[in-house]
Design a protein around this ligand. Structure first.
Ligand SMILES: Cc1ncc(C[n+]2csc(CCOP(=O)(O)OP(=O)(O)O)c2C)c(N)n1
Ligand SMILES: [Mg+2]
Length: 356
């Protein structure tokens, strides 16, 4: 009887498990200002998310709230390669992407607070941030719903003969969604003619809500699912910013040059609960959380900056203070902003194709 082989990856651990050797800071090719700038970005995201969770617990933020704490090195690394005209699209864990692409923290916080000064005038909330001027195409609450949109955008970019690329972020839970499989099939197909400059960034944070990868699929080698659609892929350690920056440089250049889609499975971990309303976690052990926390992306980057003499303790503290002030200003702005006026209840809700 023929035997079947099922590709499985071992259970992820916090240990580094990328495919390529991790470069030193010098090898990355950024100047010292830029290296400190990445620290500033990651710290801003973490403090922004802490403040958002506080706002939620104070009852100032309604609806759903999903924060990015622990995953900072993913979007920070990959969006470093975002160029004008490119697009990024993700699901509902989207605050970091908006901030990294240049949205004002005040407008983002005001959006979470549902205020009229918010990024989308208080009508989107945490899960539906959007800032097209900066290349941010959202922010979607339906798991997997944005994947066909991202693939379609990548097709349009080549159809219009541009050199733009799409960074399409999706979760380990979203890859089982029908939308993923239909869209990935088309991406592979269009990619044969160089018509799909889509970089799939599979953010494997090991869980979809409380369901681990092992409990969600019998075939736990998630990046291998791209093989079904002839989309090449690699793995990268998403806790180490040096690894994500280097991978981003290679992967984005390749997609931009060829118009052929590519996928990266980024091993990462959310250090907090799935949503800000989920306080109790019965699905993971304290030891597991602790072992990933030891590789906190911000702590790892801090160590690298110190060891390479790119920053000393005082410089890092000054950057943290600066971020703290920016977040405090954002909270104050959100808190003091007015609710959207009632007569705008239906404004910007439905499309008006006739321009009316
Ligand atoms: C179509 C659909 N089904 C179910 C849900 C409920 N839901 C919200 S988040 C989530 C888990 C998704 O996990 P993953 O894609 O790994 O993203 P992560 O939260 O880990 O960032 C689910 C099932 C939803 N929003 N949409
Ligand atoms: Mg997940």
């Amino acid at each position: 009887m023929a035997t079947t082989q099922r590709a499985t990856k071992k259970r992820r651990t916090a240990a580094s498990n990328g495919a390529e050797p991790v470069p030193t800071l010098e090898e990355l090719g950024y100047d010292q200002d830029a290296l400190r700038g990445f620290y500033r970005q990651m710290v801003l995201i973490r403090l922004f998310e802490d403040a958002a969770q506080r706002g939620f617990r104070q009852g100032k933020i309604g609806g759903y709230l999903h924060v990015y704490s622990g995953q900072e090195a993913v979007a920070t690394g990959f969006l470093a390669e975002h160029r004008e005209g490119d697009a990024a699209i993700t699901a509902y864990r989207d605050h970091a992407h908006a901030l990294l692409l240049g949205s004002d923290p005040k407008a983002v916080m005001a959006e979470l607070y549902g205020r009229g000064t918010g990024l989308v005038k208080g009508k989107g909330g945490s899960m539906h941030l959007f800032d097209v001027r900066n290349g941010f195409w959202g922010g979607y609450g339906i798991v997997g719903g944005h994947i066909p949109l991202g693939v379609g955008m990548a097709y349009a970019m080549r159809y219009q003969q541009t050199e733009r690329v799409v960074q399409l972020y999706l979760g380990d839970g979203a890859i089982h969604n029908a939308g993923f499989h239909e869209a990935a099939n088309l991406a592979g197909l269009w990619g044969r003619d160089g018509l799909n400059p889509c970089l799939f960034l599979l953010e494997n944070n090991q869980y979809g809500m409380g369901t681990s990868v092992e409990r969600a699929t019998a075939m736990t080698d998630l990046s291998a699912k791209f093989d079904s659609y002839a989309i090449e892929h690699e793995d990268v350690d998403g806790m180490d910013l040096a690894a994500t920056l280097a991978c981003a440089k290679r992967a984005v250049a390749r997609v931009r040059e060829t118009g052929i889609p590519y996928a990266v499975e980024v091993q990462t971990y959310r250090l907090v609960a799935h949503g800000a309303g989920d306080f109790f976690e019965k699905y993971r052990t304290k030891d597991e959380v602790r072992s990933w926390r030891e590789r906190d992306p911000i702590g790892l980057w801090e160590q690298k900056l110190l060891a390479a003499g790119v920053a000393d303790e005082d410089a890092l503290a000054a950057i943290r203070d600066e971020a703290k002030t920016a977040v405090a200003d954002a909270v104050q702005f959100a808190d003091e902003s007015p609710e959207p006026p009632l007569d705008e209840l239906q404004t910007d809700v439905y499309a008006t194709p006739d321009g009316a």
